[in-house]
Design a protein around this ligand. Structure first.
Ligand code: SF4
Length: 346
């Protein structure tokens, strides 16, 4: 049954499967940070997910202790994965959070298996593993400890400043294996942040986290994503963002233009109609061919950001010190759009 296993593939069972199995415990908490959020605690059968089409992906394995994300980014294209569980991809994605409560022990067991070859494991590839739920469930310390104890290389992509809680563990892991951390900051415009990424720490706080990580020896890259057309792509906005990223001491900056896949597209366009109705027609033209902005537009943004990065002295993406840049969807070699294990614009 899908809810016992929670593989990264579409569910065939109905929502009755979610609420009808003893593997699921549903909880709500009264504290302000969790108001309106429902947690579905499950005991997963497997926690290591093999990425379909791995030969074209820069990594083969992922660990995702959560499904759904209270960071609630309007553009998040992991939204569609909630439909695999027969959950709503809009508000439901933001507020119905699946928690794989046995993730640490399961990972430790799977890492100890004779069949496991010690491949790199990417985290934050579907939803944010340092979203608010992590403050309560504390799954990541156990996960990082297991990876450290098995000297298993890994990377984390996040918008959550909660990662700083685990700084000591990350440092311990980095002493025995390759550890890559990337933080996602697509823009520094506060008005845009408040409306489009309402559940996330502010861009400033995220960049403070980059600085702290780097100061403590954990080289940290920034995924500058998403660059949002007509709202976050003015030259002065790009300049301010790259400058702030450089000042935070990021080891690299990787720009990625917004893409709007099914599930995210409907939600984003509804938001656009409400907040920026004058842009709807321009978006329909820009994304007329599908989920991605035209190549000329992507190239223009990438070139501009790279020029700014050079100007502000941000180095190449691969640096000494154990940092490994987390590859992102949309770059050459990443999975096609309809594969179930997805990289989100964290
Ligand atoms: S983009 Fe990332 S941080 Fe934002 S809602 Fe999706 S998974 Fe969470």
């Amino acid at each position: 049954m899908r809810w016992d296993n929670l593989a990264e593939t579409p569910a065939s069972s109905g929502s009755a499967a979610l609420f009808g199995t003893s593997a699921v415990t549903t909880r709500t908490f009264d504290t302000p940070e969790f108001r309106g959020i429902t947690f579905h605690e499950v005991r997963a059968r497997s926690i290591l997910n093999r990425v379909p089409g791995a030969s074209r992906m820069p990594f083969e394995w992922t660990v995702n202790p959560y499904r759904g994300c209270s960071h609630a980014c309007v553009y998040c294209f992991a939204r569609k994965t909630h439909s695999y569980l027969d959950l709503d991809t809009g508000i439901g994605f933001d507020s119905q959070i699946v928690v794989k409560i046995n993730a640490p022990e399961l990972l430790r067991r799977q890492l100890a298996s004779r069949q496991w070859q010690g491949a790199h494991i990417a985290m934050g590839t579907n939803v944010d593993c340092y979203q608010r739920a992590e403050g309560r469930y504390r799954l990541m310390p156990g996960i990082i400890s297991a990876l450290r104890d098995h000297a298993n290389p890994f990377s984390i992509l996040t918008k959550g400043t909660l990662i700083l809680r685990d700084l000591d563990l990350l440092r311990q892991a980095a002493e025995v294996t390759e550890v890559g951390v990337s933080v996602s900051v697509g823009f520094t415009d506060r008005e845009l942040w408040r409306t489009v990424e309402p559940g996330t720490p502010s861009p400033e706080r995220r960049l403070d986290a980059v600085r702290t990580l780097t100061d403590h020896g954990i080289g940290c890259g920034v995924l500058m994503a998403p660059v949002i057309p007509f709202l976050g792509d003015r030259p002065d906005q790009l300049r301010a963002t790259v400058r702030a990223i450089a000042e935070a001491g990021a080891t690299s900056v990787t720009p990625l233009v917004l893409h709007l896949r099914p599930g995210a597209r409907e939600w984003f366009m509804a938001w656009l109609r409400e907040h920026h109705p004058h842009l709807v027609a321009r978006y329909e033209r820009l994304y007329a061919e599908g989920a991605y902005a035209p190549r000329w537009y992507q190239r223009r943004i990438t070139r501009h950001v790279h020029e700014l990065a050079a100007e502000f002295g941000i180095g190449p993406s691969s640096r000494p010190g154990g940092h490994r840049r987390l590859p992102v969807r949309g770059e050459p070699g990443t999975a096609p759009a309809d594969e179930p294990t997805q990289l989100t614009l964290l």
